[in-house]
Design a protein around this ligand. Structure first.
Ligand code: GSH
Length: 327
């Protein structure tokens, strides 16, 4: 009976070197087997997962996403999951209530930001990294171009978000809308505590400035200028190709879709509708995809968009004046 149980354990484990060791030890000395089992719990767990994965005939056990409905970098990951037809478990965080600062979440994501993907218990952070990770692990529906030049273009567009465009959309959103939302929900002291919880000093600094000064904040005009440049460049590229990296819809388009959406929801679509027709056309094509509907349209409560439109609309004339000065 004891042998039978141990053989079952071995078949469950299915990890070659370890199972070999167990088989050998089982043949030699029964007690030693138990010792190996007790001293290698992590290895055993991994083997068990691998074994279960094979037996289920599935490529993954569990995908979990820590995210928020309105966050552009979380929307990016949701679009990828939808494009690839993957099922996932949702853990939604309320960023205004400070869920991202809870110690248990900070253990997963030390920057206290969304998104975090957890795949079979392994946390993966940074949306650009998550994007490539998902394409590596689930390559059946590929979202990266095969051609090395197009791949480099795709990565260039993704990098622009990490190099400043992501922070800049934060400045525009916080400086027009989020400042009103936070101030209406918190006392000044609570707001100060909220800001002090942000682990990154730079993020704390820009959030404080745009929350305090709104559209007058010096950082905000820099953010508008950055978008002016990127939109111009997008228009040039999209005048010659259907998608940002070439003729294939890729992670570049997915990465930028939520950011253009955010400007649209802030009532700032005039940034491209007036004089950047290739961007306007690209945006229509992106919105027509099922993945966009699943990850964004169906996901974000209309009341969130109403708030963005309300406060963004109030700031639009000032933002437009900044843009006109750049034309
Ligand atoms: N570079 C990170 C940026 C993550 C980030 O800034 N996430 C925002 C939402 S898009 C966030 O969680 N902000 C916290 C807050 O709003 O307080 C990524 O791409 O994953």
């Amino acid at each position: 009976m004891k042998f039978l149980i141990e053989f079952y354990v071995i078949s469950l484990i299915g990890n070659k070197p370890l199972s070999d060791a167990i088989v050998i030890s089982l043949r030699l000395l029964n007690r030693l087997t138990l010792l190996i089992v007790l001293t290698k719990p992590k290895c055993l767990l991994r083997s068990f997962i691998e074994n279960k994965r094979q037996r289920n005939g599935k490529t993954h056990l569990m995908l979990e996403l820590y995210h928020s409905d309105i966050s552009p970098c979380a929307q990016k990951v949701r679009i990828i999951l939808a494009e690839k037809g993957l099922t996932w478990t949702s853990h939604e965080l309320d960023l205004q209530a400070g869920d991202q600062f809870k110690p248990e979440y900070a253990k997963l994501n030390p920057k206290s930001v969304v998104p975090t993907l957890v795949h079979d218990g392994e946390p993966i952070i940074e949306s650009t990294i998550i994007a490539e990770y998902l394409d590596d692990v689930f390559p059946e529906i590929a979202l990266r171009p095969k051609d090395p030049v197009e791949l480099a273009r795709m990565r260039w567009w993704a990098k622009q978000l990490d190099d400043g465009a992501h922070m800049s959309i934060g400045m525009i959103s916080f400086g027009t809308t989020r400042r009103h939302q936070l101030k209406s929900k918190m006392t000044l002291k609570e707001l100060e505590n909220h800001l002090n919880n942000i682990p990154n000093e730079n993020t704390r600094h820009w959030q404080r400035q745009v929350i305090e000064q709104g559209v007058k904040a010096p950082l905000l005009s820099g953010a508008v200028k950055l978008y002016f440049g990127h939109l111009q460049q997008m228009n040039d590229v999209l005048s010659n190709s259907t998608w940002l990296a070439g003729e294939t819809f890729s992670l570049a388009d997915i990465a930028w879709a939520p950011y253009i959406t955010r400007l649209d929801w802030l009532g700032m679509g005039g940034m491209w509708t007036d004089n950047r027709p290739a961007v306007a056309n690209w945006y229509i094509n992106v919105q027509a995809r099922d993945s966009y509907r699943m990850a964004i349209t169906d996901f974000v409560p209309p009341k969130e968009i109403t708030i963005l439109r309300k406060y963004g609309g109030l700031a639009w004339q000032k933002i437009k004046a900044m843009l006109d000065a750049l034309e």
